[in-house]
Design a protein around this ligand. Sequence first.
Ligand code: CDP
Ligand code: CDP
Length: 225
Amino acid sequence: MKKQYIIAIDGPAASGKSTTAKLLAKKLKYVYIDSGAMYRACGLYALNHNINLKDVKSLQQMLDKIDIKIKYTEQDNKLYLNGEDVTFRIREADITKLSSEIAVIGIVREKMVELQREIGKDGGVIMDGRDIGTIVFPYADFKFFMIADVKTRAKRRWEEANEKGENLNLEEIEKEIIWRDKNDTTRKISPLVKAQDAIEVDTSNMTIKEQANYLFNYICEEKNA
Ligand code: CDP
Ligand code: CDP
């Protein structure tokens, strides 16, 4: 594959974006960028520094000081927030909700989108999130929109937590996902929506391998067409 494509994968929580993106990145030798991790890092910074999300001045000061760096490794990416490795901390439940709350704020999004465009501009990148195919890279070479029913997504997150040794309640996870779906799809700026030219993939009854192969085969067929 000669051209270094930009591949956008959007969709709601636990629809299978990151597992697919990681496998695809390995196959194509591309870089995988998890844009959600950046909003999570903003949420963590706001929490650690007691930032009032309604106070534009404090938010602006926060954005002037915040420094997000992603280090790419063979196994996984690491996210550094002002020099500190917060890769695991940003996955915790308190940050999950905060990330969605902070992601509705225009000036926060502007800064994150700028960073995402800078990282992806040369291609050879697979970026997942909510607005990658619509706002960040509207001219992406490939756009996918992954979905799955809410019960399946909640169960996936519950199993994921179990594997990490976290004892979470399935109903609570489902409620959190429903809340986040609503918050992400109804916000005024860059809501979660399928780009008109995105390929929708329902992963409810797919394995991780099947969903990754589906995208990989689609890309290979298109490039040969
Ligand atoms: O990135 P996104 O939030 O869309 O989802 P993910 O991190 O790819 O998947 C969420 C969880 O569901 C992970 O633990 C995956 O291993 C699992 N999963 C699964 O069991 N079967 C699938 N077809 C897709 C994901
Ligand atoms: O892994 P999961 O799908 O649960 O969430 P994430 O991708 O880490 O994203 C966390 C939150 O960041 C989402 O619920 C969105 O509110 C926000 N987000 C966004 O607004 N735009 C993006 N491109 C990526 C994430």
